[in-house]
Design a protein around this ligand. Structure first.
Ligand code: HEC
Length: 187
């Protein structure tokens, strides 16, 4: 064994086996340190420095883009009282609305809409307005603070419209043992 080889031998010997002190190649070491530097910069999130500002801004921009797209797909103004009234005259839409209601709403508003955790939906008193479009808006946006879920995020727009038309059609159905009226009377 040549002398220079002996110099490279490490002290320890396991079962008579010794190893050379082989340094990692330079390119490997440089890459290794570069990943550490990168991770620090990434944590600081250049150029957003400070609590990941850049990533939050990115997320907000993405959300704004998605909301703009959604706005385009269901333009405001297309859904009106009269379009919902038309829907209420459509047996298939009303059937879909009834089905959506029984699946998602009955737990809080009772299957007949008489009210339980949520208000009675069959009387002419409304907390958030009783026109078909106001009802649709309440269903779509929810009243999160009061425990009414934001159905626009759960149901498809068609289903929200159908269930709004169905709720509007419940007016005056007089189910037994209704919950007392809440809100104001709407003519
Ligand atoms: C987890 C319980 C819960 C579920 C499920 C629920 N709601 Fe509600 N809902 C409420 C509560 C509570 C309110 C009262 C909000 C308030 O006091 O402002 C409410 C209010 C409403 C209102 C407004 C009533 C008014 O007087 O203005 C409508 C309309 C309505 N819900 C429809 C629906 C429909 C349609 C569904 C199913 C897609 C549904 N809700 C599912 C709890 C619920």
């Amino acid at each position: 064994m040549a002398d220079q080889d002996n110099e490279r031998l490490l002290e320890h010997s396991y079962d008579g086996i010794q190893e050379y002190d082989n340094p990692m190649p330079r390119w490997w070491v440089i890459t290794f340190w570069a990943t550490i530097v990168f991770s620090i910069l990434y944590a600081l999130n250049v150029p957003g420095i400070g609590n990941g500002k850049g990533r939050i801004a990115d997320y907000n921009a993405d959300m704004a883009r998605a909301m703009a797209l959604r706005e385009k797909m269901e333009p405001a103004g297309v859904i009106t009282d009269s379009s919902l009234a038309l829907l209420a005259g459509d047996a298939a839409a009303l059937q879909l609305g009834k089905q959506v209601f029984e699946t998602n709403c009955a737990a809080c508003h009772r299957a007949d809409g008489g009210g339980q955790i949520g208000p009675n939906l069959t009387d002419d008193s409304w907390i958030h307005g009783g026109s078909p479009s106001a009802i649709r808006t309440t269903i779509n946006d929810g009243v999160l603070a009061k425990g009414m879920p934001e159905w626009g995020k759960i149901l498809k727009p068609d289903e929200v419209s159908a269930v709004a038309a169905y709720v509007a059609s419940l007016l005056g159905s007089n189910p037994p043992n209704p919950k007392a009226p809440e809100g104001t009377k709407t003519p």
